[in-house]
Design a protein around this ligand. Structure first.
Ligand code: AMP
Length: 360
């Protein structure tokens, strides 16, 4: 599997997806001497404007996948909803893809994800699959109400989920979510939302960043404070969770793991994102090697870099027209500004972020 690795500078990394995560990956790859080719259906995508070449086509377009496989020495992705068939095709064409297909299958389906986590010895909330309105009522009777119903696939930023306030209403909630396969989750009575960003190299080495503490508004990440205040026990729990997940998946690359901290100090895993993660943006200015460079190092078969924090960071997402304040933000000495080059600001759209630095 590691034949041909480490990749030498001058070789080519392919990225499925052209958003801001792809853009920041491409910038990190460029700094290490790699060329980047993007595959995205979007014209003028944020990542395209910093990459050598963009193939504009649907992710499952056979010609585009063939061309990508020809051009690239390794292929990765910046979002977890790339079609599994596209990754299978790239592999069949002989192109190495990281993270692997098993990871995608797990991350694309909330029931598969929580089942995998439990099997890996990582605790989650109690949950049940729901495939019909009758299932929904039975599941709510078993788990109790309130409970949170989420679509099994393709939910993000709080979309595709609704609270079931009374067990008898569970069928109506299922219908309101579109009658698609769902998961019903017991409520997590958390005191904080945390995340751990971690990486695994092709040699199996692990690199785990300090915890981030996350604050959401309207389902969208607003700010991350990192390193989060954490006892040695809490940090050790997070590191154990990351190690179990990465090792079990035979993972290569950076992963984001969202966690709930309970009042008794236990951590539950909520979700894994098999890619660089918004809650890891603080590492760009807070760590020796940021998550984007780390991901490129991992998929290219390079040694992983140090994850130590060298500053305390408050990361704030710039949503919609908030990025219009760029001139003021650029004048603040403790603020590092990251803009995604998106042409149009819409309410809630992630246009950039800032990392505000203070001493550790
Ligand atoms: P998710 O799409 O799973 O990342 O969930 C989005 C947000 O909903 C999380 O960041 C939590 O704030 C909240 N949430 C998700 N699952 C639960 C749960 N089982 N209990 C309570 N809150 C939850």
């Amino acid at each position: 599997m590691n034949e041909g690795f480490p990749l030498a500078p001058g070789t080519v990394i392919g990225i499925l997806g052209g958003g801001q995560l792809g853009r920041m990956l491409a910038l990190a790859a460029g700094r290490l001497g790699f060329d980047v080719v993007i595959l995205t259906p979007e014209l003028d995508a944020p990542a395209s404007r910093v990459a050598r070449e963009t193939l504009i086509a649907p992710f499952d377009d056979p010609d585009a996948l063939g061309r990508l496989a020809d051009l690239c020495d390794v292929i990765t992705y910046e979002f977890e909803n790339v079609p599994a068939a596209a990754v299978a095709r790239l592999k069949a064409l002989g192109a190495p893809v990281a993270p692997n297909e098993k990871t995608l299958a797990v991350a694309q389906d909330r029931v598969a994800e929580k089942t995998f986590l439990n099997e890996a010895g990582v605790r989650t909330v109690a949950f049940l699959p729901v495939d019909s309105a009758q299932d929904a009522v039975a599941a709510a009777a078993q788990l109790g109400a309130p409970a949170l119903m989420k679509t099994r696939r393709e939910g993000y930023d709080g979309k595709g989920q609704k609270w079931v306030e009374h067990a008898a209403k569970a069928g109506a909630v299922f219908d309101a979510l579109g009658g698609v396969p769902c998961i019903l989750e017991a409520p997590a009575d958390f005191v904080r939302e945390l995340s751990v960003i971690a990486a695994r190299g092709r040699d199996g080495a692990l690199a785990i960043y300090p915890l981030g503490e996350n604050h959401h508004e309207g389902g969208i990440l607003r700010r991350t404070v990192a390193p989060a205040p954490a006892s040695p026990d809490l940090s050790a729990q997070a590191e154990r969770i990351a190690a179990q997940i990465l090792t079990r998946l035979d993972y290569v690359g950076v992963i984001g793991i969202e966690l709930f901290e309970l009042a008794d100090g236990r951590l539950l895993a909520n979700e894994i994102a098999p890619r660089v993660h918004n809650t890891g943006h603080w590492t760009q200015d807070g760590c020796e090697v940021c998550q984007f460079e780390q991901h490129i190092r991992a998929v290219a078969g390079w040694p992983l870099g140090p994850t130590d924090a060298r500053a305390r960071v408050e990361m704030l997402n710039l949503l919609g027209d908030e990025a219009d304040a760029w001139a003021k933000l650029a004048s603040e000495p403790e603020t590092r500004l990251h803009l995604y080059g998106k042409r149009q600001a819409k309410p809630g759209r992630k246009m950039g972020h800032i990392n505000r630095l203070s001493r550790l």
